[in-house]
Design a protein around this ligand. Structure first.
Ligand SMILES: Nc1nc2c(c(=O)[nH]1)N[C@H]1C(S)=C(S)[C@@H](COP(=O)(O)OP(=O)(O)OC[C@H]3O[C@@H](n4cnc5c(=O)[nH]c(N)nc54)[C@H](O)[C@@H]3O)O[C@H]1N2
Ligand SMILES: Nc1nc2c(c(=O)[nH]1)N[C@H]1C(S)=C(S)[C@@H](COP(=O)(O)OP(=O)(O)OC[C@H]3O[C@@H](n4cnc5c(=O)[nH]c(N)nc54)[C@H](O)[C@@H]3O)O[C@H]1N2
Ligand SMILES: [Mo]
Length: 670
């Protein structure tokens, strides 16, 4: 049976290389692609579940139109395209093209995703979002400090003597990274985890530091304090490659371990010990996750953590460095894959970059001249995944016309006027990058889309035809490969034929990032002091920690991490995952539960001024006081999204979403 190279295009670090077996027009098996050195041992359960996920029985197969009574009826493409053309042209005539919001989420990677914006430009423009729900605080903190988001190849982690997994739960969110952790441990290295929870990753660690959520900045400043106090800093490296370290040494003088203990709850002896290890155990790799990036001061926190590697000379060496986002596969210019990031300060008069993704509901409702009247959502589920669901829902319901392109009836699709069925990863050829490993990969068209399913590019092509738009830059049906070849043409050695054989290293990919000690910052050095940080984001030029949370009326901070069995709201409704997943739940430590007279298994109402959610209680004895945990991704079908409770606040840098600035209380459900 024919076996083909493919790759998983989900928004996940691993971006696994796959080998896909096709038998008589059906995908029948999914295996690892051994040539992807980062993921040679095979996809996770979600990857294997593509057999179910791409099966026509579990998907939308026709456009659906919602009637006045709220029920959906299947319609043909003729009717769908007519409706789209009529409504959008009418809104354009009355309010201008910017009355349409084009909202793209992170549902799939692929160069062809860029065709969506090309269509809206042909339409005359639109309104779109800036910032991102995910990683921009860390991306920006890293760019300001190192000049670029690059890191050592994933397999280089095996060379580390000390790995600090900081706010990252790789055992659930980047399972393939744990292989390299294991290799490092087998060679005598050590793993330290910094997480308020005892995660599956922490189970493999020799030390778990549990800072109070949001206090990592104070922890990092105190670690730097000890390094300087003991004279453990790498003077030669600092003198040659680091800007602002003298001022930083002054800054951290006040951050004694005792002060940090009072703020973070981490015992000062553990701070002292980790500081010495960072300086002497070398080489040290810090794998920084997204956990501490979901706060208002995340950018400054990430800068403070990254500074520890600069102080100890752990940059540009095998087994050392900062593993956050590896954008070495972003070689296509003008298109940031997986997520576009349009800075709002660069208006072009056509596309109004006017809505912060983190404040979607609030900004949508407030925009004027023109107001937003319609929305087109693709690859995203904003009524589940964006902060402050009640506000998003209110703004969404106030629109005149709502279109969602998706494989299934998500929380957002259920609230749409028109739902268009989208393709699976096996139904259109595309090229994808990654943000952990350095491979470009192909996911070829292997089977025909079922029912009336059509790739987005074809829908745009036909819609442009109906509307009488210039189709330059759009992709005609069957034209994907030519379009992709043109994008690949400038890249030496990267062709569709090569990609069909297996993953290809991005041109210029480095095993060890910054080995040449060239840092593309304004000063050419690692910038602990960043004038740009101050000018662009209004923060202190040095990393700092100024958080002072006053006690509010809701005593528990709600953390809403990711979990193994979904990619955000994806996969979790498939039978194979439901069979194994414990389902949505609220985690509390024993003391907080006891203080409320609650026991394991009770149905509890977690609530704040914005809303409430009823969930079964699970005790998590690792959780400190003042913290509650509920995993994100579960939607209305599971009782409601955690974002019914979250706040729509931005991070200090990059316009990220401060999901964890959310406080709740928990009571027995009545
Ligand atoms: N299975 C699976 N894998 C995924 C995803 C998924 O949804 N499911 N999503 C992908 C995407 S888009 C992303 S962004 C990544 C995210 O990958 P990770 O960074 O691993 O994920 P998170 O679950 O957001 O956060 C990691 C940890 O941070 C901890 N944390 C929360 N607050 C703090 C804090 O203040 N300080 C510290 N030190 N830790 C804190 C949480 O308890 C959690 O265990 O995973 C990717 N991979
Ligand atoms: N409270 C809380 N909320 C969070 C987070 C958190 O930690 N806490 N994490 C945030 C993070 S890191 C992220 S990245 C976001 C993710 O937010 P989203 O990007 O909105 O997340 P998904 O749930 O992955 O939704 C993507 C949708 O795309 C659809 N899709 C998949 N493939 C295709 C395709 O080829 N075409 C089309 N048209 N659609 C497709 C899927 O079916 C799915 O419905 O969530 C954020 N939300
Ligand atoms: Mo994310």
């Amino acid at each position: 049976m024919p076996v083909h190279t493919s790759a998983c295009p989900r928004n996940c670090y691993s971006t696994c290389g796959l080998r896909v077996t096709v038998d008589e027009g059906h995908v029948t098996a999914i295996d690892a692609h051994p040539a992807n050195r980062a993921t040679p041992e095979g996809p996770c359960l979600k990857g294997l579940s593509y057999l179910e996920r791409s099966d026509p029985a579990s998907r939308l197969l026709t456009p659906l139109r919602r009637g006045p009574d709220g029920t959906f009826r299947a319609i043909g493409w003729d009717e769908a395209l007519d409706l789209l053309a009529t409504r959008f042209l009418d809104l354009r005539a009355r309010f201008g093209p910017q009355a349409v919001l084009y909202y793209a989420g992170s549902g799939t990677k692929g160069l062809l995703n860029g065709v969506g914006m090309a269509f809206w430009r042909r339409f005359g423009g639109c309104t779109t979002t800036y910032g991102d729900l995910c990683w921009p605080a860390g991306l920006e903190a890293t760019r300001l400090t190192l000049g670029d988001n690059r890191h050592n190849a994933p397999w280089d982690l095996a060379n580390a003597r000390l790995i600090v997994m900081w706010g990252k739960n790789a055992a659930e969110t980047n399972v393939h990274q744990m292989r390299f952790v294991d290799q490092a441990l087998a060679a005598g290295g050590r793993l330290v985890v910094v997480d308020p929870r005892r995660t599956q990753t922490a189970e493999r660690a020799s030390v778990l530091l549990q800072p109070r959520p949001g206090t990592d900045g104070a922890l990092a400043l105190a670690l730097a304090h000890v390094i300087f106090r003991e004279g453990l800093e790498d003077r030669a490296f600092l003198a040659a490659h680091v800007l602002g370290w003298e001022a930083y040494a002054e800054r951290v003088r006040a951050w004694t371990p005792a002060r940090a203990e009072a703020v973070t709850g981490v015992p000062s002896a553990e701070i002292e010990a980790l500081a010495r290890d960072l300086a002497t155990a070398g080489p040290v790799t810090v794998c920084a996750g997204f956990g501490m990036q979901r706060y208002q001061d995340s950018g400054q926190t990430m800068r403070a953590i990254l500074a520890l590697l600069a102080l100890t000379g752990n940059v540009g060496r095998p087994g050392a460095g900062w593993v956050f986002a590896n954008l070495q596969t972003q070689v296509f210019g003008g298109l940031k894959d997986p997520l576009d990031f349009y800075p709002p300060e660069r208006p072009d008069g056509v596309v109004r970059v006017g809505v912060s993704t983190a404040r979607l509901g609030r900004d949508l409702a407030a925009l004027q001249d023109p107001p937003v009247k319609a929305a087109w959502v693709e690859r995203g589920n904003p009524l589940c995944q964006n902060p402050a669901t009640p506000r998003v829902l209110e703004a969404w319901r106030a629109l005149d016309f709502r279109v969602v392109v998706d494989e299934r009836l998500t929380d957002t699709a259920r609230e749409a006027d028109l739902v268009l069925p989208s393709k699976s990863l096996f139904e259109q050829t595309d090229v994808i990058g990654a943000y952990w490993h350095p491979y470009l990969q192909l996911r070829p068209r292997l089977v025909d889309p079922p029912g009336q399913v059509r790739p987005e590019t074809e829908v745009y092509w036909d819609l442009a035809g109906r509307m009488g738009l210039d189709r330059t830059g759009l992709v005609p049906p069957g034209g994907e490969e030519a379009w992709l070849e043109a994008r690949l043409a400038p890249l030496p050695g990267v062709t569709l034929d090569r990609l069909r054989e297996g993953p290809v290293l991005a041109p210029g990919a480095e095993e060890v990032a910054f080995a040449d000690r060239v840092f593309p910052t304004p000063s050419g050095r690692i910038e602990l002091a960043s004038a740009e940080a101050a000018a662009r984001w209004g923060v202190d030029p040095l990393p700092d920690y100024t958080r002072a949370d006053a006690p509010g009326s809701f005593p528990l901070r709600l953390l809403t991490p990711n979990h193994k069995n979904s990619i955000h709201s994806q996969f979790i409704d498939l039978a194979v995952l439901r069979a194994l997943d414990p389902g949505p739940r609220l985690l509390l430590g024993a003391e907080e539960a006891a203080a409320r007279g609650l026991r394991e298994g009770d149905r509890v109402r977690v609530h704040n001024a914005r809303g409430g959610l009823v969930l079964p209680l699970r005790l998590d004895l690792s959780l400190p006081r003042g913290v509650a945990v509920a995993f994100n991704g579960y939607g209305a079908a599971h009782g409601g999204s955690v974002n019914l409770l979250s706040q729509d606040l931005e991070t200090d840098m990059g316009h990220g979403a401060a999901f964890h600035e959310t406080f709740v209380d928990v009571e027995r459900a009545r």
